[in-house]
Design a protein around this ligand. Structure first.
Ligand code: FES
Length: 105
């Protein structure tokens, strides 16, 4: 288990406890001002878009082509920070990570 701190779309921060291997999308979609995750994690909607600072992003597995293509089509795409939370699994290395949910499009 470990913790992450996420800033939601209303600007509020939440400390979440995750198990190793848990998909980040699952708890973010339960927040009142969290993500929609309309496709349920199938990498086809981009409504689970988050911004992760480069120092933490470096600890994540690299994005696959389909994730990148979807992110690049979003209005708020940031080359160094954008990820789809449904494609991210929690690991011990991510304990303490802070990040922000991208604005709704
Ligand atoms: S939930 Fe649809 S792309 Fe992540």
């Amino acid at each position: 288990m470990g913790r992450i701190v996420v800033t939601d779309r209303a600007g509020e921060t939440h400390e979440l406890e995750l198990a190793v291997g848990e998909n980040l999308m699952d708890q973010l979609r339960e927040l009142d001002s969290g993500i929609e995750a309309l496709c349920g994690g199938m990498c086809s909607c981009a409504t689970c878009h988050v911004f992760i600072k480069p120092e933490w992003a470096a600890k994540l597995e690299s994005a696959q082509d389909d994730e990148l293509e979807l992110l690049e089509e979003t209005e708020t795409y940031r080359e160094d920070e954008s990820r789809l939370s449904c494609q991210l699994k929690f690991s011990d290395e991510l304990d303490g990570m802070t990040f922000t949910i991208a604005p709704e499009e």
